[in-house]
Design a protein around this ligand. Structure first.
Ligand SMILES: CC(C)(COP(=O)(O)OP(=O)(O)OC[C@H]1O[C@@H](n2cnc3c(N)ncnc32)[C@H](O)[C@@H]1OP(=O)(O)O)[C@@H](O)C(=O)NCCC(=O)NCCS
Length: 204
């Protein structure tokens, strides 16, 4: 059984050895906290594809995305089989779009790991760019205004009913509040709420 932890703290002048004791329960608690901390760190650069794996047959958000991913994968392929499967995927994409009541075009540029927990009413402009591991909740619109579409970085959470309009840039790890109307850039880790949206803090 683990009874003690030895921490060696080095200073510039000398090496100091500090010995402290901790029970197995304390060590277990520390390890658990570390695991929880690691699990909640979501990357803004590396897609976590496991977020998109359907968990059951009736999983409209993930099924819609799956059709979109497979369709985009086949776009670079030649041959009659790829062409037929692509047509089948277009039908599947239409089916799940109708079920979800969402409009996410097949040619959208969306990074891996997107979560569409409640996909109903989501509308995304085909020119919009969305980074990896984002979360988009119901009734969100990511669309054009004044001739441009939004660019959303990795790990941005977009609350229910939010609208992001025009050529705005949303920085990584930002959060957009429910029903916010974003018309200006949001900095990295910024929290934007209100109509029009204003920055109320950071997620750090
Ligand atoms: C934006 C959000 C992430 C902020 O969370 P937070 O950092 O914990 O912020 P707080 O709750 O501490 O609120 C801070 C301030 O912003 C205000 N605020 C929070 N969310 C707001 C929103 N969506 N619109 C307007 N103001 C909002 C609060 O009233 C508070 O104002 P105050 O300081 O004057 O009292 C969160 O409120 C939000 O909207 N999340 C989306 C959740 C969602 O869509 N859920 C649907 C699930 S199905």
């Amino acid at each position: 059984m683990l009874r003690a932890i030895v921490v060696i703290a080095k200073t510039s002048e000398s090496s100091v050895q500090v010995q402290t004791t901790a029970s197995a329960a304390d060590v277990g608690k520390m390890l658990k906290n570390q695991l929880v901390e690691n699990a909640t760190i979501i990357s803004a650069d590396i897609p976590d594809w496991s977020r998109e794996v359907p968990v059951q047959f009736w999983d409209p958000g993930r099924k819609l995305l799956l059709a979109l991913r497979r369709y985009q994968y086949l776009q670079g392929k030649k041959g009659i089989i790829a062409a037929w499967i692509s047509k089948w995927l277009v039908v599947r994409h239409h089916f799940w779009s109708v079920v979800a009541g969402a409009e996410i075009p097949l040619n959208c540029k969306i990074g891996g790991g997107l979560l569409l927990t409640h996909p109903n009413g989501i509308v995304i402009h085909p020119d919009a760019k969305i980074g990896v591991n984002c979360l988009i909740l119901q009734q969100v619109t990511i669309g054009t205004s004044k001739g441009g579409a939004p660019e959303i970085a990795g790990h941005v959470d977009i609350g229910a009913g939010a609208k992001i309009l025009g050529p705005v840039k949303i920085g990584p790890h930002a959060q957009i509040g429910a029903n916010a109307v974003v018309l200006k850039d949001v900095p990295s880790s910024g929290i934007a709420v209100g109509v029009p949206a204003r920055i109320i803090g950071t997620t750090e």
